[in-house]
Each structure stands twice: as C-alpha cells, then as structure tokens.
Design a protein around this ligand. Structure first.
Ligand code: FE2
Length: 383
C-alpha cells in the first residue's frame, strides 16, 4: 500500500512512499507513457495504443493523490486522470542506487563450478515433464538459473530430441538441418563428426544471432570415453575479471571474428566479442570456439599481444578442472545448454562401440516465455 505521494514544485516528478520507509521517484513523462488505462493500453492484449509523439513533451502532473492504496495523478496539459496500483509501481520502480559492477548478471543467474554442481545436475524425467506442469516449470527454471539441464526417460530413437524442444518452444533450423547427427564419419564436414575430443565451446558463434539453446540427445553410446562435460562460462568470466580486469576489458570491448565455410554454399560470418556486455555492463553472452575463430582484425595493433594473452588466460580457465562438470549420456537421455553461457565439451573416444548423438538448436526466448507463463499460472493459483 502507498502511504504518501509528493509532487515536485514543477510537477515533473512524483515521490511515492510505501509502508516500511521504501520510496521511489517517478517522472511525469514516464508515468504518462506507461499509463494503464484502456485509451493507452489495449485491454485485450496489453499492447500500447499510443506513440511517444502522442504525449505532449511538456507533460507534467497537476495533482497527485493516494487513492485506494494506489497512486492517482492528473496529467496536464491533457487534463487526464489515471491510476497506478501500488504493486505495479513497486515492480517497475527505476529509482535505484548507481549501476552494479560491469559484468553483473540478473538475479536468476546462479554461477556454478565443479564443487557446487557435480552430482547435482538439474534432471527431470520426460514422463514427468510432459504430463506435470510443476515438473516442467521446475526444470525450465533450473535451466534458466544454471544454463543447462538433463532430461532422461526419452525414447532411445532418432528424433527424440524434438520431444524436448516441443515442451517449451520450437526447433531452430539451420544449414545443418532440423537436427544433425553427431557420430564419427569418414570425411566429416565438421570436426564434431569425428572421434576427436572437443575443447569446451559454444556452438555456432559464426551465426548472428547465435543459436541460444542447444539440445543433444543420445541414441547409442557404447564407446570407451566420449563423456560430455559442461562449463559455466559466466563463472569463468567472473574468475577472469577478478584475477585480471584488463583481460576482461580486452575480451569484452574488442570484437572477435568467427567463420564457418566447411560445406559448399555456406559462408557464415559474425563479428562479436568473446565476452558480450550490454550497454549497462550486464554480462549477456560468451562466444568461445577454437574451431571457428577467424582472424581477429578489430583489435588495435598495440593491444594485440595483450588480447592474445587474455584469450589464452580465458582458455586456460575454461580448461581448468575446477569448472568442469562431467557426465556420460546414456541412450534415452538428452541435455540442454544455454549456448550463450554454458560451454560443452566432449572427451575423445575409441573402441569398437558406437556413439550416436543428435543435436538441434532452439531459442531461449521461447523457453523463458514458457517458464514465465507457467510461473504466472502457479502464482495465480496461489492467490
Ligand atoms: Fe558443440
């Protein structure tokens, strides 16, 4: 409940006070643009019906009052009353102390290492996830917090990975197909299709936008070795920044180049940093893939040696066993990774057995949308 609303003398700012000493200031223009009435927002779909140009630039608040525990204001020159619920204003308050340290991540992101994650991998059975909304919600929530998760109980057959993406969204088709086969091939078009070990990496950094989720499912796995491992890139970035802030600066402020031209008719290229920050310093994504790093040509000459030292140190930390969580996929199991954050790797394998995995891409916004929708349903049911 709002307890007080105080208007600045020029009517351009209103200070709202809640019980418990919490306060926040709001600008008249901001409130006007975000008004919740049905002339401003569609009652049906919530979309805004006006543009910024429909709002007078001289907008100010003539009167502010507490009404029914919420805030009521009268905008001039429109002479328009509108109301904001207390909870809505609390949820959308932007009057906060200064920005967090560069490289920050949202509240949901939980960084992990081998010490905190090995043996605690988020896991759900396909049967539970496909029939129980709570099981699916909890697993998607874990994927959003940790950037990966395992699903078991899938049929050990070709195409089973689509059942995973069907639970929350859509497959993102690429030049590798709707999904691709990961097994040793003669004359492979990609080193993934061999029995070589693969350094921890994010997939397809040469695409823009990059695939934000990857699903890998196991149809057969009877070889010696061939374990999968995952590394939390955000944990590695935090370690790099703490130990060598200059290395963090170099990798986050200079673009790298990535390229793939391994099959005919394909020449994918992207220019993006290995550590990508938002304009407010939020850590958004990492891109790391030795196989598809192209010549880096956007680092100033005088900084190239230091850039390479930073790249080397980033790679050493990524290889550091402290960050590596390992598991061997069994037939009927799949794992999903947030490809903007969590790197995956494969140990070399040999022997007479077979290792047949299938991989596909999907979009994280779809996963987060399904998760938010399931969480909203849970909240409504609790209210
Ligand atoms: Fe990969």
């Amino acid at each position: 409940m709002i307890e007080g609303a105080e208007l600045s003398p020029d009517g351009r700012v209103v200070s709202v006070a809640w019980a418990g000493a919490r306060t926040a200031r709001f600008h008249a223009l901001w409130l006007r643009d975000n008004a919740l009435d049905d002339k401003t927002r569609s009652a049906g779909n919530g979309q805004r019906l006006i543009t910024i140009l429909d709002i007078p630039s001289q907008t100010r608040i003539a009167e502010a009052a507490v009404r029914g525990g919420g805030l009521a204001v009268r905008f001039m020159p429109e002479d328009k009353w509108t109301e904001f619920p207390s909870a809505w204003l609390e949820d959308h308050a932007y009057d906060r102390p200064g920005a967090a340290e560069t490289g920050w991540t949202g509240e949901r992101v939980v960084r992990w290492t081998k010490a905190t994650m090995q043996g605690r991998v988020p896991r759900v059975g396909y049967g539970a996830a496909s029939t129980g909304k709570a099981a699916l919600r909890d697993w998607l929530g874990a994927v959003s917090a940790y950037g990966f998760g395992v699903m078991d109980g899938l049929p050990a057959e070709s195409g089973a990975l689509c059942k995973v993406s069907d639970l929350f969204g859509y497959i993102r088709e690429t030049n590798y197909g709707r999904w691709f086969e990961v097994r040793a091939e003669v004359n492979p078009s990609n080193l993934a299709y061999t029995n070589l070990g693969l350094q921890a990496h994010t997939d397809n950094p040469y695409r823009d936008p990059v695939p934000t989720l990857q699903i890998l499912s196991c149809v057969e796995n009877t070889v010696e070795g061939g374990e999968s491992s995952v590394v939390d890139g955000f944990a590695v970035v935090a370690a790099l920044k703490q130990e060598d802030p200059e290395a963090f600066r170099l990798l986050s402020t200079h673009a790298a180049r990535f390229e793939y031209a391994g099959s005919s008719g394909v020449r994918l290229r992207a220019k993006r940093p290995m550590i990508e920050l938002g304009p407010d310093g939020e850590l958004l994504a990492i891109r790391f893939n030795n196989r598809s790093l192209a010549p880096v040509v956007d680092v100033p000459f005088d900084e190239m040696d230091a850039y390479y030292a930073a790249y080397r140190r980033f790679a050493e930390l990524i290889e550091d066993e402290r960050f590596e969580v390992t598991f061997k996929l069994k037939p009927g199991e799949a794992f999903i990774v947030d490809n903007t954050r969590v790197m995956h790797a494969r140990k070399a394998f040999s022997g007479s057995g077979k290792r047949w995995l299938q991989g596909c891409y999907a979009d994280k916004d779809g996963l987060l949308s399904t998760l938010a929708s399931l969480e909203a349903t849970t909240r409504e049911a609790a209210e």
